[in-house]
Design a binder for this molecule. Structure first.
Ligand SMILES: Cc1ncc(COP(=O)(O)O)c(C=O)c1O
Length: 387
């Protein structure tokens, strides 16, 4: 038994929770294992600091001090072996927000930006919302794992005169923690065609089973930005604190201008307090959390291989999002969604939202108590055993 109790069940209803409360027509009581938001209570060392700040009682505009950047620097050094130059870091309210600013800083209207579908759907949405064009070099599935298609990636960059690339490392939803050799190859192609790399590394701390996360910082010297946040490893997206490193001075300046254009300046006070304390003290909690998540992943794999062998669980190296292939059931995407929602009483993410290549897949967020996970799998089993 570790220091933290990840089996504790906490009622999250009526807490303004996107995951639990915002049903948008789904049946009441549906089990939510969709958005990347976990069900474990924050550690007490974090809650104590937040309570102290709340008890202080004043919530004026807040700015990070040197101690914030020292803490961030320490995290990068300890966890990724990166000496980050914090003079090139800009704080914002979120990673997707930063990606949007980067898109406008790096490209012009109607420029092409390349992504690797199936991928976190706000990449494409952000490209389109900013009047740029999106092209995907889809990942290739070989057996139970996904890989880059280097030839296709290069061809598409050439053909569409692509200006920027949004990399997801580790990759949501296919769970890859990209290897050094794979990253070197895609970065080499980007270099050859002068494509700016935007590396989303928000899942970089949730890596399992001897896999090693390699930040773009380790491999790139020019033409890149890295955006990340502690909101996935510590489930604090509601506190809205993210950091973005921008290597090129000119892009850094443009990014600041974009922030002025949208009128954004200070981060939420509690986001600053939380990130600083977690950068300094979060390691031990994170290691225990990962053990719990890894045992949940193995639980899902074993349950499915024993009870639902027609489903294929894609091999997972990172993230707490498990990607499952339902194609053996020969259902349309709509039928699959209806059955999962209305018969299994489960709220998962439809594969199709991650791109066409996500058709007939579902993404399950396993970052919940074992009890809830078992209930969800039983719901799946009770319906799919008869199909
Ligand atoms: C790859 C990836 N990037 C960004 C985000 C969201 O980050 P933020 O809430 O800081 O915009 C998520 C959330 O699941 C994600 O999976």
């Amino acid at each position: 038994m570790g220091k933290y109790n990840f089996d504790e069940e906490i009622n999250r209803y009526n807490t303004n929770s996107l995951k639990y409360d915002i049903l948008r027509g789904r049946p009441k009581g549906i089990l939510p294992l969709w958005v990347a938001d976990y069900d474990f209570k924050a550690p007490s060392f974090l809650l104590d600091e937040l309570k102290k700040r709340v008890d202080h009682g004043i919530f004026g505009y807040s700015e990070p001090t040197d101690s914030y950047f020292t803490a961030l620097k320490g995290w990068y050094k300890r966890r990724y072996d990166v000496d980050i130059d914090t003079n090139k870091v800009i704080l914002t309210c979120g990673v997707v927000f930063s990606i949007c600013q980067l898109i406008r800083s790096v490209t012009k209207e109607n420029d092409y930006i390349i992504i690797n579908e199936p991928v976190y759907y706000p990449f494409k949405a952000s490209i389109i919302a900013n009047d740029r064009l999106c092209i995907s070099s889809d990942l290739k599935r070989i057996e139970d794992k996904y890989y880059f298609d280097f030839n296709d990636f290069e061809e598409k960059i050439k053909k569409h005169n692509v200006k920027a690339y949004i990399l997801c490392n580790p990759h949501n939803p296919v769970g890859r923690c990209w290897k050094k050799e794979e990253l070197e190859k895609v970065f080499e192609i980007c270099k050859r065609y002068n494509v700016f790399v935007i590396s989303d590394e928000i899942h970089g701390d949730i890596v399992f089973n001897g896999n090693k996360f390699i930040s773009a910082h380790k491999l790139l010297k020019k033409n890149f930005a890295v955006t990340s946040s502690l909101s996935k490893p510590f489930n604090i997206p509601g506190l809205q604190a993210a950091h973005t490193y921008i290597n090129e001075k000119e892009i850094y300046e443009k990014f600041l201008k974009e922030l002025d254009r949208v009128g954004y300046s200070q981060l939420p006070t509690l986001g600053l307090v939380a990130s600083e304390i977690l950068f300094n003290k979060g390691d031990e909690y994170l290691e225990e959390l990962k053990e719990y998540l890894w045992s949940n992943i193995n639980f899902v794999k074993e349950y499915i291989s024993k009870n639902l062998p027609k489903l294929k669980v894609i091999d997972i190296e990172a993230t707490y999002l498990v990607w499952i292939d339902f194609s053996a059931y020969n259902l349309s995407d709509k039928e699959l969604k209806d059955i999962i929602t209305h018969k299994c009483n489960l709220w998962l993410d439809d594969g199709l939202i991650f791109g066409k290549s996500g058709s007939k897949y579902q993404r399950i967020n396993i970052a919940t108590t074992k009890k809830m996970l078992e209930k969800a799998l039983d719901n799946l089993y009770n319906v799919f055993k008869n199909l």
